[in-house]
Design a protein around this ligand. Structure first.
Ligand code: SF4
Length: 69
């Protein structure tokens, strides 16, 4: 699964960082960046994406099809 953050939507709430600290961190502008999706399983990625109230975390399968949201 591929993961990216829509930084226009991100409000820096940090839910994703709490749930998957190996995948996301907040940068100096207080927006999430992806640091390493491979460190967790797909279930945890989905959980992190669902935790984002802004729907800013976008998941795609290996063929580039959007899985979430
Ligand atoms: S949970 Fe969403 S809004 Fe909050 S930091 Fe992560 S991507 Fe940004």
């Amino acid at each position: 699964m591929k993961v990216r953050v829509d930084r226009e939507r991100c409000r820096g709430l940090g839910n994703c960082v709490v749930l998957a600290p190996g995948v996301f961190r907040l940068d100096e502008t207080n927006k999430a960046v992806v640091t390493g999706a491979a460190s967790v399983d797909d279930e945890r990625l989905l959980e992190a994406a669902e935790s984002c109230p802004e729907n800013a975390i976008i998941l795609e399968d290996d063929d580039g099809r959007q899985v979430y949201p």
